[in-house]
Ligand binder design. Structure first.
Ligand code: GDP
Length: 195
């Protein structure tokens, strides 16, 4: 799947801009600065494919990428930076809700969590929204290289405990470091073998 190439398709700001739901789809969500762009670039092997979520103009868009001929990879805007005006935030939340609730081809969401910080309030909010939308999600811990080996088990336990409260959460997590190439192959394999 990942040898088939990945390309930016379009940024979507409203429901009528969504591409037809004719491919298997996975989406990525995470707090701003969690390392989402870096991870998408590492997964696809294309530096600069996903730009940092704080790039002006791309912030509030749902960005669609094609993955080979049969998949979409969807980059949801980073959340947790609350400086956008309220109407903008509300419009965005509405779009996200509608997208998550109505996308039949969406197989799984990946919720990125900074391995140093564990689950934060904003992560809880997105996970609750995924529960409500009945979208299966899997936690991906990022920046594992920043966490000492001896601290990893404790952090994984904290995240596992929080995930257990969410009916839509997939129990297994993926520990990654885009910098060191940890967990990237595992994540590719998960995406490639989704039913
Ligand atoms: P985004 O806002 O979620 O798209 O985050 P970015 O991908 O732009 O990454 C935010 C910052 O974290 C950047 O300075 C990256 O270089 C850094 N970063 C991303 N992934 C890793 C990683 O695996 N390890 C380390 N140490 N830093 C990372």
């Amino acid at each position: 799947l990942f040898t088939g190439g990945a390309d930016f398709l379009k940024g979507v700001v409203a429901m009528d801009g969504l591409p037809p739901a004719d491919r298997i789809e996975v989406c990525f969500a995470g707090r701003s600065n969690v390392g989402k762009s870096t991870l998408i670039n590492a997964l696809t092997g294309r530096k600069g494919l996903a730009r940092a979520s704080n790039t002006p103009g791309r912030t509030q868009e749902i960005n669609f990428f094609t993955l080979g001929d049969n998949h979409y990879l969807v980059d949801l805007p980073g959340y947790g930076f609350a400086e956008a005006p309220l109407p903008v935030v509300q419009r965005w939340q509405e779009l996200l809700r509608t997208y998550l609730a109505g996308r039949a081809t969406l197989r799984r969401a990946f919720v990125l969590i900074d391995a140093r910080h564990g689950v934060k309030k904003a992560d809880e909010e997105i996970m609750t929204l995924l529960d409500q939308s009945a979208v299966t999600f899997q936690a991906v811990l990022t920046k594992a290289d920043k966490v000492k080996e001896k601290d990893r088990a404790r952090i994984l336990d904290q995240v596992r405990e929080r995930l257990s409260k969410h009916p839509a959460a997939f129990p297994e997590m993926v520990l990654t470091s885009s910098e060191k190439g940890i967990g990237i192959d595992t994540l590719r394999a998960i995406i490639a073998t989704l039913p």
